[in-house]
Design a protein around this ligand. Structure first.
Ligand SMILES: *Cc1c(COP(=O)(O)O)cnc(C)c1O
Length: 399
């Protein structure tokens, strides 16, 4: 009989045979259900990362898993060389759900962002009339839009871009809008910066950006890969300011964490600037993804997860705000996308606090040295949330 591997064995395998491009907490997970995950020894944890907000609907949601397994036995992949009987119904459902003319299906968040950048440039040349190869796209300080070469070009974080050059030209910071507005095709913004550490812009910022863009005939593009699909207590974080972006990128929770599924939403004026053969992806919009995405969005709607995020987010910030510890500095966020800002001292950093939280049965991950993001699945209920807050409180107050 084969010997059962321990956590240390699994970690050693990744260390020896995998690239070292991540630094995970030393927890080896084997099962998930709703807000919980279990490690290989059967220890249960609250998942307060939710795979960076991909698992908004909770782990292994039965309705989403059923859509996945039913379709997996029928037809998985056709490529877009042919039509299939899942994509059209999904596109109809999703565009009505989100209120856009059209959807362009991709797989990862980074691909959705790349697609939006291509669409923005196309629109800039074909509709706005920018001279060929001169289009600019405005990006924000501290942004995170993914990991491709073009996307890390836009980054201001040296960990993301160092030694990956030469970079893709055509990106600029905001002051350029005033000087070169006629060359700018788009501005891309995360309405709340997730990876940077849950930075919530001041009230009115998104609206201002949107108005500034429109004053200069520039597309306002919201990257809602992390903030979208209910996470911040509205369907999109831009909804908090009543802004309807010209283009939106979505991903992560679009599949409830079961498959990489992403998309760009836009209206015809933008979307139809790309013609057959000019962009695509082998898997983009595959039947499995189409069925899973419909089920994942139905779960958000039917279980009122957006409303739950809004209500429980208030409780989270109010209760964690009362933590009395020299290591606790502040809590910020919207809905169930929150972060606690820690005060590193005596050599204790956010990482060490996350290790202690894991010991107590709650998984969260630091972003940078002093910020811990807390983003449970949106299916969490008030009792579970209060228990989790108790764990966080205990850990901070006993450091
Ligand atoms: C995670 C994320 C991405 C990238 O998504 P991947 O699926 O990892 O490529 C892009 N934008 C934002 C805002 C994200 O949080």
């Amino acid at each position: 009989m084969e010997k059962k591997l321990s956590s240390a064995d699994y970690i050693a395998l990744e260390e020896k045979y995998g690239a070292h491009n991540y630094h995970p907490l030393p927890v080896v997970l084997a099962e998930g259900k709703g807000v919980y995950v279990w490690d290989v020894d059967g220890k249960r944890y609250y998942d307060f990362l939710s795979a960076y907000s991909a698992v908004n609907q909770g782990h292994c949601h039965p309705k989403i898993v059923k859509a996945l397994t039913d379709q997996a036995q029928k037809l998985c992949l056709t490529s877009r060389a042919f039509y299939n009987d899942c994509l059209g119904p999904y596109e109809k459902f999703a565009t009505e759900f989100f209120g856009y003319d059209k959807l362009l299906p991709m797989n990862s968040g980074a691909e959705a962002v790349e697609t939006a950048l291509k669409l923005a440039r196309r629109w800039g040349y074909k509709v706005k009339g920018i001279p060929e190869n001169e289009a600019l796209i405005i990006v924000c300080e501290g942004n995170f839009h993914g990991r491709t070469i073009t996307i890390v070009t836009m980054s201001s974080d040296p960990d993301s871009y160092s030694q990956y050059g030469p970079f893709t030209p055509g990106y600029a910071l905001k002051k350029v809008l005033e000087e070169k507005g006629d060359k700018v095709c788009a501005m891309i913004v995360e309405p709340i910066q997730g990876e940077a550490g849950v930075y919530v812009p001041s009230d009115g910022y998104i609206k201002k950006c949107y108005e500034l863009c429109h004053a200069h005939n520039v597309l306002f593009v919201a990257d809602e890969v992390q903030t979208g699909i209910g996470r911040t207590g509205k369907m999109f974080a831009c909804d908090h300011e009543g802004v309807r972006p010209d283009m939106i990128t979505i991903g992560k929770a679009l599949s409830g964490g079961t498959l990489p599924v992403s998309a760009v939403l836009a209206d015809d004026e933008v979307m139809l600037t790309i013609l057959p053969g000019e962009h695509g992806s082998t898997f983009g919009g595959f039947p499995l993804a189409a069925k899973v995405a419909v089920a994942a969005l139905e779960v958000i709607r039917d279980e009122k997860l957006t409303e739950n995020a809004a209500r429980l987010g208030e409780i989270f910030r109010e209760e964690t705000g009362k933590i009395k510890s020299p290591y606790f500095k502040a809590v910020r966020g919207k809905g169930l996308l929150n972060a606690v800002i820690t005060e590193p001292s005596n050599g204790i950093e956010a990482w060490d606090i996350c290790l202690k939280l894991a010991e107590r049965g709650l998984l969260a991950k630091p972003t940078h040295r002093h910020i811990i993001r807390f983003a449970p699945p949106l299916v969490i209920n008030e009792e579970q949330l209060r228990e989790a807050i108790g764990i966080i409180k205990d850990v901070f107050e006993s450091l």
